[in-house]
Design a protein around this ligand. Structure first.
Ligand code: UT7
Length: 333
């Protein structure tokens, strides 16, 4: 597969640390020093997961120079769908991608990475030619805005990547690894409540509805700084790649301290570790494509560049991939 286009869409409201400190007992200095976050976007009226993901998808199509009807597949990575039966088909309809099949994939902050790898397999085996992978989350609706330990971390956003089959040419997915460990699921949850309502005499039925995000921050932090460097080191070994060959380290944007720790452990200089946490916080499945889109558009990521990426989070789940950016209309490296 080749990575040929990208695009993103963000809600218009930017909520600063200072603004949040009027709601919960927190302050800008604490949030910046512990996380690197200065602001996050929050979806307002009229901004839905579907609308943000559609706008991101449209931008990626335009960047790749494709028409919606060129698409064979739309894969939406999200943990906060508008419709639990599937939000991707609504995006398909809004884009007018009538030839495509569209479905959702859920793996929290690893979702985009897992979706990208999944899409890569459809492209490699020849059943599909053009795919749009979208990472989008609107976690603002599942945050307890009175819980300072989580509400300062997350934001809303959507971003997409256009992928194309490239038979005979170098594959842009040079290697990957994926992991999950459900034994540690309770470290980070967005799960069903236990409420039940009377159904018939002697029976109750569960009432649907999710509880706000709950997180053991220290456990998730320790998990990330242990597993992310390990999975990246294993991937570099698998592919015979030296860290000096990597142009960019593109990690899931959860905490600047995690980005710094992973970069240091791998011996990658800070100026090659991409970060936009300060502006957007943790947008879950959107962070990796959002950062990719920003760095492609400002020219940091250029055709042929080698990108080591890693997603990690609830599940617990984590993984890594080695990618070659091609960009629109060229053969890249
Ligand atoms: O997508 C993947 C998902 N999540 C992550 O990757 C998150 C990983 N974890 C983290 O990033 C960090 O654990 C946090 C940023 C969530 C927390 O940082 P920490 O350095 O682990 O802080 P802590 O939980 O140990 O809390 C230290 C203190 C506590 O006060 P005491 O008990 O020492 O008096 C907290 O109550 O900081 C307090 N605290 C806050 N203070 C001001 C916690 N949240 C806040 C806050 N403002 N927002």
């Amino acid at each position: 597969m080749a990575l040929v286009g990208c695009g993103s869409a963000l809600p218009s409201l930017s909520l600063s640390n200072d603004q949040l400190s009027h709601r919960v007992e927190t302050n800008d200095a604490w949030i910046r020093s512990r996380t690197g976050i200065a602001a996050r976007r929050v979806a307002g009226p009229g901004e839905t997961l579907t609308s943000l993901a559609t706008d991101a998808g449209r931008a990626a199509l335009a960047h790749a120079g494709w028409q919606p009807q060129d698409l064979d597949l739309i894969l939406l990575a999200t943990s906060s769908p508008d419709d639990l039966f599937g939000t991707a088909p609504r995006i398909q309809a809004a884009l007018g991608a009538n030839q495509a099949v569209a479905f959702d994939l859920t793996a929290a902050c690893s979702g985009f990475l897992f979706a990208l790898i999944t899409a890569g397999h459809y492209l490699r085996c020849g059943t599909m030619r053009r795919v749009l992978v979208i990472g989008a989350d609107q976690l603002s609706r599942w945050i307890d805005w009175d819980d300072r330990s989580t509400c300062v971390l997350f934001g809303d956003g959507a971003a997409a990547v256009a992928l194309e089959a490239c038979p005979g040419a170098e594959d842009g997915l040079l290697g990957f690894r994926m992991h999950s460990d459900g034994r540690r699921a309770e470290c980070l949850t967005l799960q069903q409540g236990q409420e039940r309502h009377p159904l018939v005499e002697g029976h109750t039925a569960q009432r649907g509805g999710f509880q706000p995000i709950q997180m053991n921050g220290q456990e998730v932090y320790k998990f990330a700084v242990r597993e992310v460097p390990a999975v990246l080191e294993a991937l570099l070994k698998d592919t015979g790649t030296a860290t000096s060959q990597i142009d960019w380290l593109l990690l899931h944007q959860a905490n600047q301290r995690i980005l710094d720790a992973v970069g240091t452990r791998l011996g990658i200089p800070a100026d090659r570790v991409l970060s936009n946490l300060a502006a957007y916080g943790n947008t879950s499945a959107a962070t990796i494509p959002l950062m990719l889109d920003e760095a492609v558009r400002d020219g940091r990521i250029a055709p042929g560049h080698l990108i080591a990426t890693s997603g990690f989070g609830a599940g617990l789940s984590w993984g890594a991939a080695l990618l070659r950016w091609r960009g629109p209309g060229g053969s890249g490296a």
